[in-house]
Ligand binder design. Structure first.
Ligand code: FES
Length: 242
C-alpha cells in the first residue's frame, strides 16, 4: 500500500458539498448486520482488535465505493477507536478513497520506469479522453482514474491496472481502447491473473481479507519476469547454498 506522493497527487480532497452529502446517513439494518458479521470474522484473526483497522477500511470501501463517514464510524465502533484515529489512518493511505470511485478504477503507473516508457503520455491522453483527473470518477460512475506509483511490474512497462489487475505494455491508444471497452460493457481480460475483471467494490472486499476464490487463477509471472530463470536453467546455474 502506498503513501501519498505530493509530486503526483494534486489536491483532491472532497468539496464541502461532497462531504455534507455523505454525512451520517447510516447503514440500513440488513447492511449493518452483514458488515458486522464480516467485520467480526476479520477482527477475530488479530490478537488486538485495532490491528484489523486496515482490512476493515477496505470492507467499508467495498460497501460504499469509498470510505464514507458512516464507514469511519463503523470502523471506530467495531474496533474501540475514536473516529479521529480512524480518519487519521484512512486519509494517509492512497488506496482508501475519499469520494466514490467508478465501477472500474483505472490506474496508470507514472513512476520512473513506466514514465520513461510512456506512462506520462498515457496518463495525459487518457485523462483528457475520459474527462476526469486523479481520483475522480465519470458522472455515470463507470470509470475513475488514478495516477499510480510503481506496481512492481516494471518489466512490463508501461503498465496500467483496472481494479488492481494488470494490463501490461500499454500505449496511449491501447489505454483509451481499454477504457472505451469497459464503458461499453465489454469486460476485457487482464494480461495476467484471473480472466474476469471484478468491480472496484468486489476488489475492495478481497483486500479486506474475504477471498473471491480467484487468487490462483491465471498466470502471475510471464515473459520478461522469467527470462533470468530461463537463462539460469540453460546454463545450469543454481543459487549458492546457504
Ligand atoms: S515503474 Fe511502473 S511498474 Fe514499476
Amino acid at each position: 500500500m502506498s503513501a501519498p506522493d505530493e509530486r503526483a497527487v494534486p489536491v483532491n480532497a472532497p468539496s464541502d458539498e461532497e462531504v455534507s452529502a455523505t454525512m451520517n446517513k447510516g447503514y440500513a439494518p440488513e447492511v449493518r448486520e452483514r458488515l458486522e458479521r464480516d467485520a467480526k470474522e476479520i477482527i477475530g484473526r488479530y490478537p488486538r482488535p485495532r490491528s484489523a483497522l486496515l482490512p476493515l477500511l477496505h470492507l467499508v470501501q467495498s460497501e460504499d465505493g469509498y470510505v464514507s463517514d458512516d464507514g469511519h464510524e463503523f470502523c471506530a465502533e467495531m474496533l474501540g477507536l475514536s473516529k479521529a484515529e480512524v480518519v487519521g489512518v484512512s486519509t494517509f493511505y492512497t488506496m482508501y478513497k475519499r469520494r466514490p470511485m467508478g465501477q472500474y478504477h483505472v490506474g496508470v503507473c507514472i513512476n520512473t520506469l513506466c514514465a520513461v516508457m510512456g506512462g506520462d503520455q498515457i496518463w495525459d491522453e487518457l485523462s483528457e479522453h475520459v474527462g476526469v483527473g486523479h481520483d475522480e470518477a465519470t458522472p455515470d460512475g463507470k470509470i475513475s482514474l488514478e495516477r499510480l506509483e510503481c506496481n512492481a511490474a516494471c518489466d512490463f512497462a508501461p503498465v496500467m491496472m483496472v481494479n488492481w489487475e494488470f494490463f501490461d505494455n500499454q500505449t496511449p491508444d491501447s489505454a483509451k481502447q481499454l477504457v472505451d471497452d469497459l464503458r461499453d460493457g465489454k469486460e476485457p481480460s487482464p494480461t495476467r491473473g484471473p480472466k474476469k475483471l471484478c468491480t472496484f467494490k468486489e476488489a475492495s472486499r478481497v483486500l479486506s481479507g474475504l477471498p473471491d476464490g480467484l487468487a490462483g487463477d491465471g498466470p502471475s509471472a510471464a515473459g520478461p519476469s522469467l527470462e533470468g530463470l530461463k537463462i539460469a536453467k540453460a546454463n545450469g546455474w543454481k543459487a549458492p547454498e546457504a
